[in-house]
Write a protein that binds this ligand. Structure first.
Ligand SMILES: Cc1cc2nc3c(=O)[nH]c(=O)nc-3n(C[C@H](O)[C@H](O)[C@H](O)COP(=O)(O)OP(=O)(O)OC[C@H]3O[C@@H](n4cnc5c(N)ncnc54)[C@H](O)[C@@H]3O)c2cc1C
Length: 494
């Protein structure tokens, strides 16, 4: 049986991202998937600016920007399509260096991710195999059993760590004895993708129709591609809407009189949207990432992004554990940091789903009265408009203080390069003054990149009263230094 340090089950966006990030630390990994090529059904259509930084770390920022389209924000409409509220997002670059909302087509992104993975010699992708079992048979070894789908031949490979990135029906999750906890949301929705060269002349953001009788979402994905999602009634099936004449009643508010010949129906599919989180994301040396660990209704477009965030959080920790730079139990911080974040995003998506659909005629009345006023509450407007997601609780005591646990900004520095391009997948120590002993020790021990925060610059303003910040390879602030405050104490391991 061959041995590979890391075996990744599932080559969806989460698995390919994890493989790329692990390979960037020169850790050899084997990626196994049922299919030889990417899953062709379009699903995810949106990522925020934080997730764009992960795509940049993977090495595909420019290509992604070329195939995506900045979104303008969110418009809430009533059942007669009258605007109830509008929340703008900036289409220009944010503190993270990318537009706050980016619309795209998931199969196109997955093609990019796979082509990019091929440039990393430490990663090997093997398609056409079904993983059937994952067994930890010794403290340091996990065996992954798989079958070649074409020949029926059975194989096994041994790994130090296994990452289950095998989606909603994860075999790895079952083998690890983990179970999904339900967060109380289940709705059937119809998903429609249409291509047309005709300009529909719609507002260029996400339209959410809040209605008990027919909740729906519309957004433009590219020059000629458009996505609709409609909540299905109990008696309805996707087959009832398989052709354009049947869909007219749903899409006519946006397509108007555009003739059928000018609308190409790319696909119509039914999905059951759920809100679920796995009870364990780690069992010994087996980890769960992406949809295998959490499922969200897609109303705020964060499902795939959560999988990429998982990969970014875990990859450097795995590399550390394998090289001996950190003890094995440091890997427990993966679930401790990621689960509360994923839960918060799922609850937000669930809340948007309920607000869009609940309450019968009384709900419709309430929405008409309340939603136009939402934007008047500054805190709430900021929450809906901002793309900033919750800070992580980092460190041994799982606390969050000031900028600790948040993402470091990504400004262009004096040499004309962005922070992320300079730092790559290393630690960074951002300081406004010459490094004190503690900060210098981190730079030496971690081969961290020292980054000087120019007075009056974006990084200096962000540091505030801190003299330095230690930023992890996933851009999360591990800790801050206050001028002179802790001199003489032993530096804690970031
Ligand atoms: C309608 C819809 C809209 C969405 N919109 C958004 C959005 O706007 N933004 C967003 O971020 N997310 C969105 N999502 C969610 C997003 O599509 C998923 O979260 C994302 O695809 C999950 O990626 P993954 O890699 O974790 O899992 P998957 O994409 O499910 O990939 C799992 C992989 O594992 C493989 N696999 C499974 N079992 C085995 C096995 N036993 N052996 C070998 N291989 C196996 C599969 O072949 C697959 O390639 C949306 C989803 C839907 C349905």
């Amino acid at each position: 049986v061959t041995h590979v340090p890391v075996v990744i089950v599932g080559a969806g966006p989460t698995g390919v991202a994890a493989a790329t990030l692990v390979a960037q630390f020169d850790v050899e990994c084997l990626l196994l998937d049922r299919w030889d090529s990417v899953y062709p059904q379009p699903r995810a259509v949106h990522v925020d600016d934080e997730v764009c930084r992960i795509l940049a770390q993977l090495g595909i920022a420019d290509q992604f920007m070329a195939l995506s389209r900045p979104g303008r924000g969110l418009r809430l409409l009533d059942h007669r399509h009258r605007v109830l509220a509008e929340f703008d997002r900036s289409a220009t670059r944010s503190v993270h260096g990318y537009p706050q909302a980016n619309m795209f087509d998931q199969p196109e992104l997955e093609e990019l991710l796979r082509a990019n993975l091929a440039r990393h010699p430490a990663a090997t992708l093997r398609g056409g195999v079904r993983v059937t079992g994952v067994v930890q048979h010794s403290p340091q070894r996990v065996r992954v059993e798989y079958t070649d789908i074409a020949s029926g031949e059975e194989h096994a490979v041994e790994a130090a760590y296994v990452l289950g990135c095998d989606g909603a029906n994860s075999v790895v999750r079952a083998c690890a004895g983990a179970r999904m906890n339900d967060l109380g949301f289940q709705q059937r929705w119809l998903v429609v993708d249409i291509r047309t060269e005709t300009e529909l002349g719609q507002w260029d953001g996400v339209h959410q129709v809040c209605s008990t009788t027919r909740a729906g979402t519309y957004m433009r994905l590219g020059a000629s591609r458009h996505r609709w999602e409609f909540r299905l009634r109990d008696e309805e099936r996707a087959e009832d809407f398989a052709a354009l004449p049947a869909l007219r009643g749903l899409i006519s508010p946006w397509v108007g009189a555009v003739a059928d010949e000018r609308l190409e129906l790319v696909r119509v599919a039914e999905y059951t949207f759920r809100a679920q989180v796995a009870d364990h994301w780690r069992r010994d040396r087996v980890f769960l990432l992406g949809d295998a660990a959490h499922l969200t209704p897609p109303f705020i477009g964060q499902g795939m992004g959560a999988g990429l965030r998982d990969a970014m959080n875990l990859a450097w920790k795995l590399a550390d554990a394998l090289s001996g730079a950190s003890p094995e139990n440091a890997l427990d911080s993966y679930q401790a940091e990621r689960e509360p974040h994923a839960r918060a995003m799922i609850q937000l998506a669930r809340g948007v789903g309920v607000a869009m659909t609940a309450g019968g005629w009384f709900g419709d009345l309430l929405r008409r009265a309340a939603l136009p006023r939402l934007g008047l509450l500054p805190g709430l407007r900021r929450r809906i408009t901002s793309s900033e997601t919750p800070a992580l609780k980092v460190g041994p005591r799982q606390r969050r203080r000031g900028i600790v646990g948040t993402l470091c900004p990504n400004p262009v520095l004096t040499n004309g390069k962005r922070f992320d391009d300079i730092v790559g997948n290393r630690f960074a120590v951002v300081s406004a003054a010459p490094l004190d002993e503690r900060a210098a020790a981190v730079v030496a021990r971690r081969a961290a990149v020292p980054v000087f925060a120019e007075p009056g610059g974006e990084l200096a303003a962000w540091l505030g009263r801190a003299s330095a910040a230690v930023v992890r390879p996933d851009r999360v602030v591990a800790r801050i230094e206050r001028p002179g405050a802790l001199r003489g104490t032993r530096p804690p391991a970031p």
